[in-house]
Write a protein that binds this ligand. Sequence first.
Ligand code: PEP
Ligand code: MN
Length: 260
Amino acid sequence: MNIRELKNWYQDYKKPLIISGPCSVETEQQFRDSVLPILNKVDFVRGGIWKPRTRPGNFEGNGEKALKWVKALKEETPFKFAMEVATPEHVELAHQYQVDLVWIGARTTVNPFNVAELAEALQGSELPVLVKNPIHAELSLWKGALERFSKAGVTKLGAIHRGFHTYQQSKYRNIPMWQIPLDLKSEFPELPLVCDPSHIAGARDLVPEIAQKAMDLNYDGLMIEAHCEPSKAWSDAAQQVPSNDLSALLDNIILRDSAF
Ligand code: PEP
Ligand code: MN
């Protein structure tokens, strides 16, 4: 199947599609406290189960144990859950725990071998699969990963723009280079394009302006990291917004934007 033949699966959701939740699922209590205040604002709750840390020695996720916490909270209060998958075993667990959406991380998109393995594991899957841009600014590698999933029969496919690593001086952790995702979207208008202002910003104060810019550019959705106590987060502490602030942040964007 070709990317151009994709159906607008995401039209079932209000625009913008909102995915939010903590960078990592740290403890059962932290997940609960991070998620409950945002539930009425999100289409999908996000939470990292395995964390691809750039350097060793940092928290690398709780794995399957965290999926049990997610399942328990879902049984109490239903919501849709989204997580990153980086190996076929992660995909297997996504199916086993009835995860509702998966995404491919920026460090995975760069590697065609990894992507091919994941595409095989997701062959014909009904799961929505969102592909983050590769860490560096190479549009063809991003397209190549999307094509591998599309050819494997993944029909609920989308892209996440999380900015690009740079050595240049920049106020952002990852420079947005907006033209790259916009070129992708103009080539594949059927492909929903979600912005991840958190990983672009690297600092929570910058998240609203990036989210606003994405909305001004008519992006289809936002993925925003939100945590009950961001300064104490075990990963990406500087960029997560307090869960209690997410609602106001989104309302302010909506108020200013004619695209809604
Ligand atoms: C994340 O979403 O927490 C993450 C690790 O993102 P990225 O792959 O964009 O670095
Ligand atoms: Mn993160």
